[in-house]
Design a protein around this ligand. Structure first.
Ligand code: ADP
Length: 425
């Protein structure tokens, strides 16, 4: 194309005796044409209105077409992203849970509508602020510092008296975290109502049951051979033992309700666990009716920061269960020690063991592997539920390992932060 154009101009120049000049004029015109097209392209690219490509000829037509297609594609992509962003913002705004995006330095990047009302955040003032400066709850601050210790944390709602929020951190991307805040006040209220109901019902049953038990005991003592009531001896004894059982269940229900409701507010202190366990072991050895062999390996000076009543309840429940579910002449070992992760308490017995499918559910209220056996041995089915709640108050976990007919090991793991080392006396 260029060659034909130049030949034409060279030919025209040659016919007038100026072939070189003709060639130069041809070249200059050619260059001028391309410069005009380049300016046109530039003007089109910087203009706001790029819907229609300018007209061009030759190679410029193809260039305009290609550019036009690229801008169309990017316009479509932008529109798609804009729509997606709008949809994402609309859906997060509709979420009842507060959502806050936090960067690697703990600063707020973005939050939704619900976070405004739940966490008292203000937009745009609080964007860029450190979240721990705005939510100044000690539990939340330590959770932010080390979320691996617990899955979530509950804090009093900053905007509502008596309200409770559950906060959960979800890590994602490049050290970013998403904080989810859920209002659990209603659920807490229902839980409290259920607890209060069980506690009140148990309390109301306690007095009439005490009266019944008193009379049954009197009848038990007074029904002897030759007596007019002699044939009632068996039934009265049975009634008396069932009344005792009911009393034990009521006492355990009240204990569970107490642990659930005010456990969190109970004072915590440095508990001398070694002495507590020595006392407990002396007690069980004294009352050893089944000729069990006891051994105890109790780490000296390992104190635990916690609530003494609840810890005593955990240790005695686990030891008494081992005694209850281990036949005559069995062995029971109690250990208290520390490792790199924390403090551990375990009870190992050579008793009847627990089939694997039951282990998961043992801490449920009234769950018993063999209800008849538990009842016969005086169990209420509430011991491990009490243990679980007490351990929760100490951020501790219960591990159960067991093999039917060989025995079981119940291990409690307390976090290292609760260890208080003391010189052994
Ligand atoms: P219970 O009052 O019936 O002992 P718990 O809540 O203390 O209630 O225990 C629940 C169930 O777990 C028991 O009924 C029993 O079946 C089982 N269990 C608990 N400890 C042991 C153990 N050391 N060996 C075997 N089974 C056990």
């Amino acid at each position: 194309m260029l060659a034909v154009w130049l030949l034409l101009w060279a030919g025209a120049g040659w016919s007038t005796g100026y072939a070189m000049a003709g060639l130069l004029v041809g070249m200059a015109l050619y260059l001028a044409f391309h410069m005009v097209q380049t300016f046109k392209l530039h003007a089109w690219l910087v203009s706001d209105e790029r819907r229609h490509a300018p007209d061009g000829s030759g190679v410029w037509e193809e260039i305009y077409l290609e550019f036009h297609q690229i801008t169309q594609r990017s316009r479509k992509r932008k529109k798609h992203l804009r729509n997606m962003l709008a949809e994402f913002q609309a859906s997060t705004a509709a979420l009842p849970d507060g959502a806050v995006v936090i960067d690697a330095q703990g600063r707020i990047v973005w939050f939704n509508e619900a976070a405004t009302s739940l966490l008292d955040l203000q937009s745009p003032k609080d964007v860029g602020q450190r979240i721990v400066n705005l939510l100044r709850n000690p539990g939340f601050i330590s959770y932010m510092a080390d979320p691996s210790e617990q899955r979530q944390v509950e804090i009093p709602a900053p905007t509502r008296e008596e309200g409770v929020l559950m906060l959960r951190l979800i890590p994602y991307g490049n050290n970013q975290r998403l904080l989810i805040a859920r209002d659990v006040s209603h659920q807490k209220q229902i839980d409290a109502m259920r607890r209060d109901f069980v506690a009140n019902a148990s309390h109301e049953l306690r007095t009439p049951l005490t009266v019944l038990r008193g009379y049954l005991e009197m009848m038990n003592e007074e029904t002897g051979e030759g007596d007019a009531l002699a044939r009632w001896t068996g039934p009265v004894r049975e009634m008396s033992s069932q009344a005792w059982r009911m009393s034990r269940i009521i006492e355990d229900l009240l204990k569970l309700a107490r642990v659930e409701s005010d456990g969190m507010h109970q004072r915590q202190e440095e508990v001398d666990v070694p002495s507590m366990l020595q006392r407990l072991m002396a007690d069980v050895r004294r009352n050893n009716a089944k000729n069990h062999r006891f051994s105890a390996d109790i780490g000296e000076g390992l104190f635990l920061f916690g609530r003494p009543n609840e810890l005593e309840s955990v240790f005695s429940n686990l030891v008494l269960n081992a005694i209850q579910y281990t036949p005559v002449d069995g062995e029971i070992e109690v250990r208290w020690w520390s490792d790199s992760q924390g403090l551990l308490f375990s009870v190992t017995d050579t008793g009847i063991g627990i089939p694997a499918q039951h282990i998961e559910r043992l801490t449920e209220r009234f769950y018993r592997v063999d209800a008849a056996r538990s009842t016969a041995t005086g169990g209420t089915g509430l011991g491990l539920a009490i243990v679980k709640h007490c351990l929760e108050h100490h951020d501790a976990e219960l591990d159960i390992a067991s093999e039917p007919n060989h025995g079981s090991t119940f291990t409690c793991r307390f976090p290292r932060a609760r260890l208080r080392s003391r010189q052994a006396a």
